[in-house]
Design a protein around this ligand. Sequence first.
Ligand code: NI
Length: 138
Amino acid sequence: MNNKRVVVFRKEHFNAAHRLNNPLWTIEENKKIFGRCNNEHYHGHNYELIVQVTGEIDPETGYVIDMKILSNLIEIEILNRFDHKNLNLDTVEFKNINPTAENIAVVIYDLLRNKLNASLELKIRLYETERNFVEYPA
Ligand code: NI
């Protein structure tokens, strides 16, 4: 019998530019709320992404998930899509939503969730800076 649940993590990295702006607000309101992140010519972040997968150890492989499969999935679904991109201008995902760390984490979760076996739990942690990071789901 083997039903031990284990949490595995894969750490990845991408660079991307963004601008936080609410088009329904005035220039002054946007400056007040978003500060330097509202800079109209965009700015970049070095995002650290930690993908957390929880599940039972497969008795045949000894793995929760094959890390090669997980890292390929992150590369194809996330890094190829967002690395060295302007999130506002170059991606369809953030055409109409503000690319905050919160929203980026939700988008990443949804992209990976679609491709992962339903028996695996998924959690995303995204560092926008060393000191500011978010997790989804809560
Ligand atoms: Ni920013």
